[in-house]
Design a protein around this ligand. Sequence first.
Ligand code: PMP
Length: 362
Amino acid sequence: MTHIFNFSAGPAVLPKEVLEQAAAEMLDWHGSGMSVMEMSHRGPEFISIYQDAVRDLRALLAIPANYKILFLQGGGLAENAIVPMNLVGRRAQPATVDFVHTGSWSGKSIAEAARYASVNVAASSESDKFTSIPAPESWRLTPGAAYLHLCTNETIDGVEFNFTPELSDDTPIVADMSSHILSRVVDVSKYGVIFGGAQKNIGPAGLTLVIVREDLLGSALPICPSAFDWATVAKHDSMYNTPPTYGIYIAGLVFAHLLRAGGVPAMERRNIAKARLLYDALDADDFYQNRVAPDCRSRMNVPFYLRDESLNEKFLAGAKTRGLLQLKGHKSVGGMRASIYNAMPIEGVQALVDYLNEFAGR
Ligand code: PMP
């Protein structure tokens, strides 16, 4: 059988070892006689799964002790409302929230936050079709803003921050890291909040991760549902309501797998090599095109276009016969997109590069 490599943007490929372990433990977790799906979230078995997951994630990202790790539901899009509902109450109303608009996902965040706060787009790369990241010197930030929101990897546009901005005041930075968390080393202490849906580098859809600095808790607006008030969720160790237990279990297996594989620095080294291999093939001549400025090209999501777009269907069909799946670009931008998350081995990127060269007649 052809070896399958899955380039989906999310839900996305997971480490094979993790899926094998989950399969082996599906009917009977560690001799408990229960599947993880059947366990009470308040029982000792699941509590140990939860505690291991939190411990391993804290180790992987070197999360300081004054940050809470929360497991929620609702995905990245729900966080676009949950974040302002939790943070704008720290400022006199109406509070202002600053945004840097770098693509589709930060655009959605802006639209949603505008329902809860006054929104200031401090900088935007819309005029260059989201192929760059505006230089921090050009950002028009609001003194006393409730927070500054960044989407540090734009999954659709393929633009990634390769820096953390240094602000001149204590405005907390909120980062949507849905599509690159755990793929590169980040200094968590530079952020007030980091959030992301799990379905790219962490586990199955349905689990949302929030990492929040403790002093930002406790100011949720009265309209914030209790199950989304981070202070309430933190106080109950993510068990105020029933958390997505199976998702937390798989995430925990992924975290343990990453630690065994050398942690985030090892992932980052692999991801740099994978991205270089793929971008070099795309840049070899003008048969393919990635339009993103080289210094902000995403290591995770690589959108590209065929010079002759009438060949798109033929390209995708040929890819499929070679086991290279889910390469079609997002419907809003067209073209192709290869998502090469942590769990994509370099062999998968090499197989794609071989096909790119073959299809281009190189
Ligand atoms: N932010 C980013 C960066 C994303 O990639 C996505 C999903 N692709 C979302 C937010 C939305 O996440 P969800 O579909 O889990 O709500």
